[in-house]
Structure formats: C-alpha cells, structure tokens
Ligand binder design. Structure first.
Ligand code: HXC
Length: 510
C-alpha cells in the first residue's frame, strides 16, 4: 500500500518538473516564473486544485511517441482569489514551448466548460508558441474548439488573459476573444506570425519587441489593456481586477466594506474647472475623489488617453467610469477613444456594472485622417454602446458637451438615469467662436459686432440651464457634492429594471 501511495508522489513530482530543470532554469534566466509558480502567486495560498496532471499527448508523428511529458504543456484547475472561485490554466513553456496539442486543448476545454457551467471567471496565463507543429490539423481543431468556448462564454463569465512570454498563432487569437489582456514588459510578445515569418513573407526586419511587445500593444494596437514590469506584479494586479468583477452575468457586483463616508464633501472640486474654458484640467482628479478610498483600476491607460475608462467602487460596489480627459487633445472623441470606451461600456453592460460618465468634450475630431479611418463607424460604436446599455447610467457634465458628442456621452436621450451638470457646464452645438463665425458670417470683418454676438451666444448657450430648462439635465449640482449625488443615484438605481426588445443579437457597427 505504502508503495502505491509513494508512486503517486513520484508521478506528481515528475509532472511538476515539466520540461526539466534545464528548461526551468532557462525560464528563470529570462526573468519569467514557471506555470506552477505563476499559479501559486495568482491564487490564494493552498487553494489550487489541479486537474489532468497526468495527461499526455497521443501523437506518433516525428518521433513524438518517444517524448511524452505528463501534463502536456498546460497546468489547469481551479482555486480562489480573495476567497472567490476562479478557473485557471497556465501554459508551460518548458514543455514543447507550451504549444497546443489535441490533449492539451482538451485540458483547456475542460476548465472552460467547468467555468461556464459553474459561472466563475476563467483566467489564462499564456507563454506559448501556438499550435503544436508536429500534430498538424489535430492541434488546429483543438484551437477552434477552445475559440468556440471563448465565444460562448463571452458576456456570461469574465475571461481574462495574461501574456507572460512569446505568444503566437492560437495563443494570441484565444486571448483576443477574452474580455481583458494584460502583458509583462520586456518578456512577453503577441503576434500572429513571428519575426522570422515576417522576414520571409514581407522582407521586413523587426524584433519581437517591435512586432508585438507590450509597448506596441498598449500604445499602438490597443490589443492589450495594460502592461506590468514583471510576472508577480502582473498577477497581483489581475487579482486586484478580479476583486472588482462579478462572477458572471447573473451574479451581483461584488460589494466590500467602504471606509469613506459618501457625505464627506470635497471643496477642492469647486475649483477643478479653470475659469478659462480652454485651459485643461485632469479628469482623473475627479475620478479619484469620487471613488471609495481613491482606488481606481484603469483600463488601457496608455491608449487613447483622451478618454479614461476603469473600475472603482462607490459605497463598496463596483462602478465603471468613462470620462473625457481634457488634458489630452482637449478630451475630443476620435476613433480610438470611441472604440476604447465602447468596448468598456459593453463589458460593464454585459456584467451588470453601473456606468458613471464624466463629460467634458469639445466634439468629434475633424479631419481627413479621422474620416478616412472610419470615424463615423467608430464613433457610432460608442453611441451604440451607451444607447443599448441597460445598466444604471449616471452622467455628470463638468464643462463642455458639444454637438454629437453631447448626445453620445450617455445623454438623457440615450436613457441616462441621472444626468447632472456642474454650474460650469456648457451644453451647445459648438463653442462660441465656431458658432458665431457660421451664423454671423456677414459680420466677420467687424470685430466689435463679432464680440457682441459672441457674448450673446455665451450668455445664452454656454451654460447648463438651456438643457436644464428642457429636463435634459435632471439637476445642476455643486461640484463638491458629486460623490454624494452619484452614490444616492446609484443606491436608488439598485432595483432598476430595463430590458431591450428580444433579439438574437444586435448588429453593432464593427
Ligand atoms: C512545437 C514548439 C512550438 C510549436 C515552440 N516549440 N513552438 N514545438 N510546436 N508551435 C518548441 C521549440 O521547438 C523549443 O523546443 C521550445 O518550444 C522553445 O522554443 P524556442 O524557439 O527555443 O524559444 P524562443 O526562441 O523563445 O521562441 C519562442 C517562439 C518560437 C517565438 C514561440 O518558438 C516560435 O516562433 N514558435 C513557432 C510559432 C508558430 O508559428 N506557431 C504556430 C502558429 S499557427 P526545445 O525542445 O528546443 O526546447 C497556430 C494556428 C492556430 O497557432 C489558429 C489561429 C487562428
């Protein structure tokens, strides 16, 4: 009996060694943790239960029958993050470069199925070279089955991908269909085909970093939602994100104890908006002074910085924030900002997370670059996302809300539940200069008349009161009371019940 028990330990120990000490050392030398070390950092201590530790591939081509490694390049199972269940799989780069075989795919599918059935988030830790080349179509089929499950789980349970090494082929397409992707700076790369294939096909010489490093995907392509300096930091930040997310689309948003009373007023907000309407200010200051204890998890911090998106809490419950950022391009809406915010709003709506929108937007960005790049369609994405969202929507206009961007930014007309404005709000078709130059073109050569028209326009339209007279603004509020007003609104909206007409799915302009 003792021997049988001992054999289990021996087999387990062998499986834990993955591709062997040499490859583990190489992994460490590159500044990366192994798959199992990553899971240890990520999950609550002692909570990991592993599945399929002894699974091996069944390939016999290219002499593969002689090299079988228990686990077959992926560690799968479940555990907890701050006490809440999550499913996890971690690609083991030390085993065939973490590449995906038929059996490796089956292991991932098993945890995908369990996560969906049991309505818990699933997190993939990627460090892998795509389809196992020796398995051919069996590996391709495996990927397609993983992709299919990604799609079926989308909008039902949160799916998060952490890219922690070189990733190619299916190991970037599966993450691309999940809700969030995070990368590790200097050690992780994402590309459909690596630099060697690029060189062969296009004769372009690029490094892995130039082709698909964290800086590319967080600032240029917007594939990644954030990047961190090392494995440990990335895993701890993803734990932090999970604390904000509900378990599924039918579970309530998590609620934790709030240590900051919402009645505290912050007088400094009364002077946040500068007297000069063309002077910028940092909208993040308002976000940080609105959320509980200044705890804000920003999404895509380095991309389209003219809009800020992220999660915070009010009275302990998760809220998604979308805010124009006057510090960057005066907070204008362009294609990138629209796509970024649209995806964020849709995530919140999928998972019942209320959306708070801070508006200071001079309009959509004009010009050929934007128009040729499809601004109409990208801008429409954000309009579509806000309009279809049925979660509680609270909007605060702090300064400019001009033109179509006024409509788009969770206006009353798009079923905004509480639409507030600060006294400094300016709600109009456009700013005074542009408006006067169009409607009083005949007086353009007369500076005195132009000044008179401008003053008249500013007095009449550049305030919140025309909109408030029509009920488009529910109330003009003092800046210092913003947190309290939003908290009261969200409290009231806890029982909000609003449904869109039945449809198979919508047809958002992609
Ligand atoms: C089998 C693989 C492998 C793969 C790597 N290895 N990728 N084995 N199938 N796809 C093995 C290597 O042979 C090596 O084994 C070990 O993993 C480490 O790989 P290295 O190349 O030494 O590491 P590195 O220099 O860091 O380069 C990592 C890499 C590179 C960038 C991932 O290995 C690479 O380009 N791999 C191929 C990527 C690719 O084209 N995959 C197919 C994509 S198609 P030893 O024994 O020497 O340690 C695909 C289709 C899906 O995925 C469908 C999408 C829609």
């Amino acid at each position: 009996m003792k021997e049988i028990l001992h054999e289990l330990e021996v087999r387990r120990e062998r499986a834990r060694m993955g591709g062997g000490q040499g490859r583990i050392d190489a992994q460490h030398k590159r500044g990366k943790l192994t798959a199992r070390e990553r899971i240890d950092v990520f999950l609550d201590e002692g909570s990991f239960e592993e599945f399929d530790m002894f699974v091996e591939h069944r390939s016999t081509d290219f002499g593969m029958e002689k090299s079988k490694i228990a686990g077959d390049g992926v560690v799968t199972g479940w555990g907890t993050v701050n006490g809440r269940t999550v499913f996890v799989f971690a690609k083991d780069f030390t085993v065939f470069g973490g590449s995906l075989s038929e059996t490796h795919a089956q292991k991932i599918m098993k945890v995908q199925d369990m996560a969906l059935k049991n309505r818990a988030p699933i997190i993939g830790l990627y460090d892998a070279g795509g389809a196992r080349i020796q398995e051919g179509v069996a590996a391709l089929g495996g990927y397609a089955e993983v992709f299919q499950r990604n799609v079926l789980a989308s909008g039902v349970i949160p799916q998060i991908s952490v890219i922690m090494g070189p990733c190619a082929g299916g190991d970037v397409y599966s993450p691309a269909m999940t809700d969030f992707i995070f990368m590790v700076r200097d050690t992780s790369y994402m590309f459909v085909t690596g630099p060697d294939v690029v060189k062969t096909v296009t004769n372009e010489t690029v490094t892995s970093e130039e082709l698909g490093g964290a800086s590319v995907h967080t600032t240029k392509s917007s594939i990644a939602d954030g990047a961190y300096d090392n494995d440990v930091d990335a895993l701890l930040q993803v734990r932090r994100l999970i604390d904000f997310l509900p378990q599924s689309n039918t579970a309530p948003v998590p609620e934790i104890e709030c240590f900051q009373p919402v009645d505290d007023v912050d007088e400094s907000l009364d002077t946040l908006v500068p007297a000069n309407a063309n002077k910028p200010y940092d909208i993040k200051e308002l976000i940080l002074k609105t959320v509980d204890e200044g705890d804000f998890f920003e999404i895509q911090e380095s991309f389209a910085k003219n809009i800020v998106c992220g999660f915070g809490r009010i009275e302990g419950s998760t809220v998604g924030f979308v805010a124009n950022q006057p510090m960057v391009l005066a907070g204008v809406l362009d294609s990138d900002a629209s796509r970024k915010a649209a995806r964020f709003v849709r995530f919140c709506d999928c998972f019942g997370i209320p959306v708070v929108t801070f508006v200071d937007v001079p309009g959509f960005l004009p010009g050929t670059a934007q128009e040729y790049g499809g601004l109409i369609k990208h801008g429409a994405k954000l309009l579509f996302a806000f309009a279809e969202a049925t979660v509680p929507k609270v909007t605060v206009i702090t300064r400019k809300a001009y033109g179509g961007a006024y409509d788009v930014m969770a206006s009353k007309h798009l079923r905004g539940d509480f639409n507030y404005a600060w006294p400094t709000a300016q709600i109009a078709v456009m700013g005074a200069k542009g408006a006067v130059e169009i409607i009083f073109r005949k007086d353009i050569a007369d500076p005195e008349k132009i000044a008179e028209h401008t003053k008249m326009y500013e007095d009449r339209f550049l305030s919140p009161f025309v909109a408030a007279e029509r009920g488009y603004i529910d109330e003009v509020i003092m800046p210092h009371s913003t947190r309290k007003r939003i908290a009261r609104a969200l409290r009231l909206l806890r029982n909000k019940d609003l449904q869109n007409p039945w449809k198979k799915h919508d047809n958002i302009p992609l």
